[in-house]
Design a protein around this ligand. Structure first.
Ligand code: ZN
Length: 171
């Protein structure tokens, strides 16, 4: 398993809902957390590791022994409120950051790794991570929110692979 990078086609894949949680899936999730921590990320969607599964993992602390490890299986946003704008990055678009406007508060329904239905009402950084990762599962990337001028500029920057000094964490 490895993280795939833009413009890999799987990043545009719309994942289908999972039917069950089993040992194989738990192994996938454990490997995803490992890769996410290695890359110093706070969130990772299954299609970022080239798997067509509707799930993502996250931990705002970006450290295995800190924060809270969360797994969202078949996540759906059921309510959106407010608006906030903040810089985002993505593990599949290394070293790139752009300001994205999103709802400030969201309610998410999903299944846990124990197969239980969960509902989370969240705001701030967690709401942003959840929305960024659910976008991945629909084949959407944060650069899609930027103007084409800005998007082309940062994609040219990937090709030139300029050094980037931002210390923001990627999702
Ligand atoms: Zn991402």
């Amino acid at each position: 398993m490895e993280i795939i990078f833009y413009p890999h086609l799987t990043l545009r894949h719309r994942s289908k809902p999972l039917k069950r949680v089993d040992a194989a899936l738990r192994k996938v999730v454990a490997e995803m957390f490992e890769l996410m921590y290695e890359a110093n990320g706070v969130g990772l969607a299954a299609n970022q590791v080239n798997l067509p599964l509707r799930l993502f993992v996250c931990n705002l602390a970006a450290q295995p022994d800190e924060g809270e490890q969360c797994v969202f299986i078949n996540p759906v946003i059921t309510s959106r409120k407010g608006a906030s704008e903040r810089e985002e990055g993505c593990l599949s678009l290394p070293e790139l950051f752009g300001s994205v406007k999103r709802p400030e508060r969201v309610t998410v329904e999903a299944y846990s790794l124990e197969g239980k239905k969960i509902q989370i009402d969240t705001s701030g950084m967690m709401a942003r991570v959840v929305q960024h990762e659910i976008d991945h599962l629909s084949g959407k990337l944060f650069v899609d929110y930027l103007s084409s001028l800005k998007r082309n500029k940062i994609i040219t920057r990937v090709q030139r692979s300029e050094e980037h000094t931002s210390e923001l964490q990627s999702l």
